[in-house]
Write a protein that binds this ligand. Structure first.
Ligand SMILES: *[C@@H]1O[C@H](CO)[C@@H](O)[C@H](O)[C@H]1NC(C)=O
Ligand SMILES: *[C@@H]1O[C@H](CO)[C@@H](O)[C@H](O)[C@H]1NC(C)=O
Ligand SMILES: *[C@@H]1O[C@H](CO)[C@@H](O)[C@H](O)[C@H]1NC(C)=O
Ligand SMILES: [Zn+2]
Length: 469
């Protein structure tokens, strides 16, 4: 997950079972018909659930993901490794018997981290765990050695502007939520440069740390000097804050050799189950295949990409063919700002009238609870009936929420869409760190998530009519 995704998930209040808020709405005949129609999918839903949770496809998405991430490791946009991983996926999807397997070219940024370190030299020598932020420039060859100014907010930085010139600015902002706190990662370098800072170090954007730096994309703006920027750990940011309060002078040496190389061509990875009756109409199921250049990208977003594959795979294994086409997209270069999603939208938006629903899982594949979804009131009612098909696995919750970065443009243009609701309280413990490995993933949870994804996609793709907008 990149920057914008959780804004709404975290800011929108939980409104509980969405269907309940519509109980007073008089039901139209059309809705009663659709409600009955949805209920007729219980048998298909049970077969999907049975196959994924108890049957021969049990642990399959986990096993496939483990094979993949153990083979390729992390997959940053611009790298040859990501392209090799995409080639592997195209082969696997073909071998799985899916239709129309192909890649679609996308021009993506190519940022490389290079060698980097940060050391506190005063008041004592201490190596800081750090990671450069995506798109950061390098320091000079000899690094930057400078006194530190610790601030806890942008406001405090502006109040202390007079003391900031020539310093390395350390942001020790508290964790509020990803959507709010990520502003320090996105804009820290620009704000530090405005007051004459020579580098910016942000406290990692996470509610929990075991001395783990959490990287992520950051943005420079035109007309503002670019300064090197990295994240440090919660522990070190708090320590330097305490040292400053005691009146100690803090000096840090920062060395980074990050580079932005020319853009390269990557691909969105696509496969389908072709619809039997309205093949031109699309239900899109997705996750992103790229990751940060640390850990294994197993959680962000290997899990989301592989339950999306699994949704098609389960439907295929059961010999089901819905009326509409179910299209899997494994996006590229999400982490740099949704490059794959944007390119796909521009290429396909002329067909928007045929897009029935868009789904993206990029907020974890922990134990499935139901769906976060957005659509008009009728569509929310229909989705309420669909999640009821998931009673056998208790994944019947429905709440208003966003999808993911890569499907934002479709949803903004009015296509119903959403994401899987899962028990992801620990998502940001691992997000964009070396700790994002297969060890975070759980096979049983992935079985449940795959079943939710498949039941929702199959039912919507097979209803008589498209979801109302
Ligand atoms: C569940 O799966 C088992 C074995 O895979 C099969 O024997 C059984 O008939 C299935 N039950 C349902 C309700 O689909
Ligand atoms: C699936 O994974 C669970 C949890 O690790 C394990 O207990 C179970 O034996 C596995 N089942 C199969 C069929 O591999
Ligand atoms: C669903 O919840 C019920 C009641 O809390 C529980 O008894 C049951 O085991 C749960 N089923 C699954 C598949 O988690
Ligand atoms: Zn992601």
């Amino acid at each position: 997950m990149h920057i914008f995704l959780l804004l709404n998930c975290f800011l929108f209040p939980v409104i509980g079972r969405y269907v309940e808020t519509f109980e007073q709405t008089p039901l139209t005949q059309r809705f009663l018909d659709v409600h009955d129609e949805v209920n007729s999918y219980q048998e298909a839903a049970n077969a999907i659930i049975n196959l994924s949770v108890h049957g021969r496809a049990r642990n399959q998405s986990y096993d496939r993901l483990a094979t993949f991430v153990d083979k390729f490791g992390s997959r940053i946009a611009g790298s040859q490794n990501l392209e090799n991983a995409i080639d592997y996926m195209l082969d696997e999807l073909q071998r799985d018997g899916l239709d129309n397997v192909h890649g679609e070219d996308v021009t993506v940024p190519h940022w490389v981290r290079g060698e980097e370190y940060a050391t506190m030299l005063e008041p004592r020598n201490h190596k800081l765990a750090m990671l450069g932020l995506g798109s950061s420039i390098a320091t000079p060859e000899d690094g930057i050695t400078a006194e530190v100014l610790v601030v806890r907010s942008f406001d405090e930085l502006h109040q202390k502007a007079a003391q900031a010139k020539g310093k390395i600015i350390v942001f020790n902002q508290k964790w509020v939520s990803y959507g709010i706190s990520v502003a320090y990662r996105s804009n820290g370098a620009v704000e530090a440069a405005k007051v004459g800072g020579v580098a910016s170090l942000i406290r990692s954007v996470t509610p929990l740390s075991i001395n783990s730096p959490h990287t992520g994309w950051q943005d420079y703006v035109d007309d503002m000097k670019k300064i090197p920027t990295a994240c440090i750990t919660v522990e070190d940011a708090e320590m330097m804050d305490r040292m400053q309060q005691r009146g100690h002078k803090i000096v840090v040496k920062l060395k980074m050799s990050a580079k932005t190389l020319p853009s390269v061509t990557s691909r969105n990875t696509i496969a389908e189950i072709k619809g039997s009756t309205y093949p031109e109409q699309i239900v899109l199921v997705s996750g992103h295949l790229d990751s940060w250049d640390v850990g294994q990208g197993a959680m962000d977003d290997g899990g989301g990409a592989f339950i999306s594959w699994q949704a098609l795979s389960l439907i295929k294994q059961l010999g089901l063919r819905p009326k509409r086409t179910i299209r899997l997209v494994m996006w590229t270069a999400e982490e740099e700002g949704g490059f794959g999603g944007n390119e796909y939208y521009n290429r396909h938006k002329k067909d928007i009238a045929n897009y029935d629903m868009v789904l993206e899982s990029d907020m974890g594949t922990f134990t499935a609870l139901g769906m976060n979804f957005q659509g008009n009131p009728k569509t929310m009612e229909i989705m309420g009936s669909i999640v009821n098909l998931l009673k056998p696995i208790n994944a019947t919750a429905l709440k208003k929420g966003e999808g993911g970065e890569d499907i934002t443009l479709w949803m903004r243009a009015g296509v119903p869409g959403g994401s899987i609701m899962n028990a992801n309280e620990k998502y940001f413990y691992f997000h964009h760190t070396d700790g994002d490995t297969m060890t975070v993933q759980d096979p049983v949870a992935m079985n449940l998530c795959s079943a939710v994804w498949a039941v929702v996609a199959y039912t919507v793709a097979d209803l008589e009519e498209m979801l109302p907008r």
